[in-house]
Unconditional design. Sequence first.
Length: 215
Amino acid sequence: MAVKEDRFLKIREQMVAQQIEARGVKDHQVLTAMRKIPRHLFVPEEYAEESYGDEPLPIGLEQTISQPYIVAVMTELLNLSPKDRVLEVGTGSGYQTAILAELAGEVYSLEIVPELGKRAAELLTSLGYKNVWIKISDGYNGWPEMAPFDAIIATACAEELPPPLLAQLKTGGRLVAPLGTEQEQYLYLFVRTEEGIVKKRGAPVRFVPFTRHED
């Protein structure tokens, strides 16, 4: 086991250096977190050898784990500090959740697929995270009883940002989400200022669609 873990450690270092830092992500805390988190534990065992590649991977139930570079970019845009309270919409594998937990004070994560939420919660607990709370819920309405948040991240793509999410963002808060259609999606950063919402479009991306419970 020790040899295997050492091999993954070296691969993680290469992933951060070649896929992330070399492509412009400079936040030291983000880079440190991504060197630390054992990404191979967040994918099905048959994909462990591929888990540090520059691509998304299936995690079952028609969901994916995002490519490492996109995770790093989205996390850097959130500009987190140790006291921040973060809302994540779409727990998925729990990998992005773990990265957030390394950087923020409290992480509240919503997952619509019960099997994924339970699996992620068990893994994150086994890894020692005590500042993460996962709720099985439709992410459209956010987590109002825990609002407001310093930062919000959505890891599934909607055509338009759900209004309740912006409403739960503090003044000075940052929200990062992919928006668009199945054919064309872009990453967006929203910042709530005293004057209102500032919106900035970023790079093209590809995420699974934002899903909701049937009425």
